[in-house]
Design a protein around this ligand. Structure first.
Ligand code: SAM
Length: 256
């Protein structure tokens, strides 16, 4: 049975505050959002790089929040969309939004650190707006590569600092230090206290750092349609991988 406007409004208010500002059958979830029509306004800037037709494909949305992106993927015909988040209140928002929009999406409370429990790989993994909320961001990318990514990864992070791409040389002499002072050198700003009133904002990489972390976790960057957004393909992890080497790598002696 279709929910009445009044019933939707009551449930939207009970689940407030909302981060995803959506129109649920005439009820606006976050009318005073500081980013306005978010994430619709963001999505408009990169929607063209995502396959228009996802029929027959499986999608995993990690950190789905109120389900905006999961619902867009279902609208593109994805056969199965699994959306996970660590926060049950956001999942309840997403369940309501999917119910109002009559979209069949599976929601599950699960942390990105536990994606191995899914024991399944997905054609498209979305990891949008979560990395900088994590205390262990590179571990999360490694776990996604290791356990759930089959083909495409759509990635977004808050970025701060230089937007210039700097690809470091494969090695530097111990006494070469100037590159570290280049603002474009891959850098991740650590936020010990709070940023934008949110104490879960732990990190703010610059553009080179986002790109380097993706490569280091084994993702090839295919498209960079928007300043914070990257469409990637799962590839091989570069040597020596995520583990500190216990044997010579590429014929090089072990560090002492
Ligand atoms: C800034 S919102 C991004 C929401 C959405 N993906 C987007 O791009 O609009 C971050 C989301 O990540 C979720 N989150 C934070 N830590 C998480 C974790 N360890 N595992 C899964 N989700 C997490 C939060 O609950 C929140 O819904």
């Amino acid at each position: 049975m279709k929910l009445t406007s009044e019933a939707i409004r009551t449930r939207v208010e009970a689940l407030a505050p909302w981060f995803h500002n959506m129109d649920l059958a005439g009820v606006i979830t976050a009318p005073d959002h500081f980013l306005h029509d978010y994430p619709s306004n963001k999505w408009a800037r990169f929607r063209d790089v995502v396959p228009e037709d996802l029929s027959g494909r499986t999608v995993l949305d990690i950190g789905c929040n109120a389900g905006f992106y999961a619902m867009e993927m279902k609208r593109r015909g994805a056969e199965r969309v699994l959306a996970i988040d660590s926060d049950e209140r956001y999942l309840d928002q997403a369940r309501l939004a999917a119910e109002v929009n009559e979209l069949n999406i599976e929601f599950r409370r699960l942390s990105v650190y536990d994606v191995a429990q899914l024991a399944e790989r997905f054609d498209l993994v979305m990891f949008m707006g979560v990395l900088y909320h994590l205390r262990h961001p590179l571990l999360a990318l490694d776990l996604i590569h290791e356990n759930v990514a089959k083909d495409l990864l759509l990635f977004q992070t808050m970025q701060r600092g230089s937007e210039t791409t700097f690809v470091p040389a494969s090695d530097y002499d111990f006494f070469d230090v100037d590159q570290f002072d280049d603002p474009a050198y891959p850098k991740m700003h650590f936020i010990e206290q709070s940023y934008a009133g949110d104490c879960t904002n732990w990190w703010a990489p610059n553009a080179s750092c986002s790109q380097a972390m993706l490569r280091s976790a084994g993702f090839e960057i295919l498209e960079h349609p928007e300043i914070e957004v990257y469409l990637c393909r799962r590839g091989q992890k570069p040597e020596p991988g995520a583990v500190y080497p216990t044997r010579p790598v590429n014929g090089r002696a072990l560090p002492r």
